[in-house]
Design a protein. Structure first.
Length: 217
């Protein structure tokens, strides 16, 4: 009995990490949905209300990330390399951090005119990326048999990052051509840059997943 207890302790706690990654991905989708609502809001009051919800979800994700790190310290054998788990958790957390940061800058800077079409287009790209992340996280515990599907999700994330880059580049061109107020240009470029960082961090998640795929699929 004593040997069995020790052996059980040494077994990988797969049931711990995979649900936590799924839970983290769920919060990303929730935050991205709120970001779409935030950028579609008509008034500063409405944006503030949605931003408060985004902050709550961001705090929830921080708690999940900390839980993952605690489990890394407590678990003797992990389903993947510790560094791969840490990087994946960090990149997942980065996505929601940049979503929160994007909304925060809108609330703080209060631009006179928010580029509605470009901003909303950006938010929908981020939303799609978070859905791809969620679907990949829900396949992670069956990686050996679902590797092709997981890789497809990673490719989709990379393509969405490219789409985000194009939106940002077109926005910069339009902004410098149409906006004559230097302060407003600075506000808008800072906001859109944070949105671009969100898509960049989504691609960073895909890179972390592909590293795991190479090692374990």
């Amino acid at each position: 009995m004593k040997f069995n207890a020790i052996f059980s302790f040494l077994l990988p706690k797969e049931s711990v990490f995979f649900p936590l990654f799924k839970e983290s991905a769920d919060t990303l989708v929730e935050a991205s949905n709120l970001l779409v609502d935030f950028l579609a809001a008509n008034t500063q009051e409405q944006r503030q209300e949605v931003y408060n919800q985004i902050k709550d979800v961001e705090r929830k994700c921080d708690g999940i990330t900390n839980h993952i790190f605690d489990e890394l310290n407590d678990t003797f054998i992990t389903p993947f390399d510790r560094e791969d788990i840490r990087l994946l958790a960090d990149h997942l957390d980065d996505v929601i951090d940049f979503i929160n940061s994007s909304a925060k800058r809108v609330v703080m800077y209060q631009p006179k005119v928010l580029p509605y079409n470009k901003a909303c287009e950006f938010s929908k790209v981020i939303q799609k990326g978070c859905i791809e992340i969620k679907e990949a996280m829900y396949l992670l515990d069956n990686l050996k048999y679902k590797s092709a599907l997981v890789l497809e999700k990673c490719i989709n994330m990379k393509n969405l990052e490219k789409e985000g880059d194009e939106i940002y580049e077109h926005f910069i061109l339009d902004c410098f051509n149409e906006e004559r107020n230097a302060i407003e240009v600075l506000k808008l470029t800072q906001i859109m840059k944070e949105l671009e960082k969100s898509t960049n961090s989504i691609n960073a998640v895909s890179k972390s997943i592909k590293t795991i795929l190479i090692k374990y699929a």
